[in-house]
Design a protein around this ligand. Structure first.
Ligand SMILES: Nc1ncnc2c1ncn2[C@@H]1O[C@H](COP(=O)(O)OP(=O)(O)OP(=O)(O)O)[C@@H](O)[C@H]1O
Ligand SMILES: [Mg+2]
Length: 463
């Protein structure tokens, strides 16, 4: 709304202020106009009566009436000394309604009388008393009809109002244009630049260039520019660090898993018949565990953020076989792996990411079983399914392990929070859930008790 803009407000305020000022001028102006009008009448009446006096009272009644008519009054009383003299008189159409003495009138009184006069519906007969001009006597008193006075007061008032309106509108327009030019336009530029910048704060070309030649606005522009420069710099730095942190965390996580497998294999080398291999084995295990430690402390520093999946149509059975193979290698041989996946089952997914999801889940199951020190079963099944009207593939990963510890269950899928396993960081489930979400799917815990644990992965077809 225009009225709510800075220039709109200014326009209204100026019109209102100028009108207030004009109204304050209006009262005294009409008062002055009325007083001048009445004084002119007194003067004309005095001249008429002087004409009569000069003729020594010999003027005929007809001429007296003409003199009065000329002066626009009914009666004139001119007191030249202590004796009251009625000089000219004609019959009054109505009785005298009010008397006004101009000799001791104040501005306030005159203003009030003038406004009352204007407000009267009907003209009337009034008596006016004043001082004669040029010491022509002690007092002059006239009686007159206010019809003409009223008319002239209204005309004069209307002229003043029209003039004040014109002046106020013109002043308002000038002020409005200057406010627009010197305040609103430069401010809009700053605001535009702010929202422009907010859309892409990394884009350095959107940083404002101070242009205003008004000191205050220039200061604001310069402050804004500095702030935007600092922010853009910080954002770039943050983005770089986030990217770096993300990739380091991802690399460390998976590298750590590979190293763990390698370390287990190295353990077996200690049983080798070859004495040189047997001698080297502890050193190899030591270096590998240092490398694993390094990965783990790096992991503790950052949370991984995954890139969007590269979806392709692939067969699930071989992928599951790969996962099982690699976990079998790492296992102590007391775990039975059972898979039930149709060799023809296809799905759209990022093969590498899906491998990591399944590997994380199967490894968790294996580690849980190994920690419980009892032989167990890890089961992987997959089938097509329809959930909530959407078709897709449902993969289940179950084990006969001890179930999730309470801390892991409380912070399920939260990075760095749920890990209670020695040597674990608590990232595996969080990464797996994030990767599945990236596919438009869901990773859920179906069951976890002393009988075992089961997770399921739902991957909708549309993904
Ligand atoms: N199948 C399971 N049975 C029992 N406990 C489990 C199972 N899967 C996960 N957990 C528990 O949940 C915790 C969190 O698992 P998550 O994979 O997120 O972290 P982690 O295995 O400790 O570390 P990381 O996988 O990052 O090396 C584990 O520490 C483990 O205690
Ligand atoms: Mg894990």
């Amino acid at each position: 709304m225009f009225a709510n803009t800075l220039s709109g407000r200014f326009l209204w305020l100026v019109v209102i202020f100028v009108m207030v000022a004009e109204v304050l001028i209006f009262g005294p102006s009409v008062a002055r106009y009325r007083a001048d009008y009445l004084e002119a009448r007194l003067e004309r009446a005095q001249i008429a009566s002087l004409a009569l006096l000069a003729s020594d009272g010999s003027i005929a009644g007809e001429l007296a009436a003409e003199l009065l008519d000329n002066a626009g009054v009914f009666n004139v009383v001119l007191r030249r000394d202590e004796i009251r003299e009625l000089v000219l008189a004609s019959p009054l159409p109505d009785p005298v309604d009010a008397s006004y003495d101009l000799r001791d009138a104040t501005l306030l009184g005159l203003t009030r009388d003038a406004l009352q006069e204007m407000g009267r519906a009907e003209p009337r007969i009034i008596r006016v008393i004043g001082n004669p001009v040029q010491r022509g006597g002690l007092l002059i008193e006239i009686t007159l009809d206010t019809a003409q006075l009223q008319r002239e007061l209204w005309e004069y008032g209307a002229r003043i109002l029209a003039l004040s309106l014109a002046i106020s509108l013109f002043t308002a327009l000038l002020l409005y244009l200057s406010v627009r030019m010197f305040v609103v336009a430069p401010m809009s530029r700053v605001i535009r630049s702010m929202s422009d910048y907010a859309e892409a704060p990394q884009d350095a070309t959107r940083i404002i260039t101070p242009k205003s030649n008004i000191a205050e606005l220039r200061e604001a522009e310069e402050a804004l520019q500095k702030m935007q420069k600092d922010l853009t710099g910080l954002l770039r730095q943050k983005e770089r660090l986030a990217q770096l942190g993300g990739s380091v965390a991802r690399i460390s996580h998976d590298l750590r898993n590979m190293l763990t497998t390698a370390s287990m294999l190295a353990d077996r080398m200690e049983m080798s018949e070859d004495p040189s291999v047997k001698r080297a084995a502890p050193k190899l295990v030591g270096s590998l565990s240092r490398a694993i430690n390094l990965c783990e402390s790096t992991l503790a520093f950052g949370k991984a953020e995954e890139p969007p999946p590269r979806l392709e149509r692939l067969r699930l059975a071989p992928l599951i076989e790969d996962v099982v193979e690699s976990e079998k290698l790492a296992s102590n041989g007391e775990i039975t792996f059972v898979t039930d996946v149709s060799p023809t089952l296809h799905l759209r997914a990022d093969g590498e990411q899906l491998f990591r999801v399944l590997d994380n889940l199967v490894r968790n199951a294996r580690q849980a079983l190994e920690a419980a020190r009892n032989p167990g079963v890890i089961e992987l099944t997959a089938a097509e399914a329809v959930i909530e009207g959407q078709s897709g593939v449902l993969i289940r990963i179950g084990d006969s392990g001890p179930g999730l510890p309470p801390k892991a269950r409380e912070h399920l899928f939260e990075a760095f929070q749920g890990g209670v396993r020695k040597g674990g960081v608590g990232l595996g489930l969080a990464i797996a859930a994030e990767l599945v979400r990236g596919h438009g799917g869901r990773l859920e815990l179906v069951r976890s008790d002393s009988e075992g644990t089961e997770f399921r992965i739902w991957l909708p077809e549309s993904a």
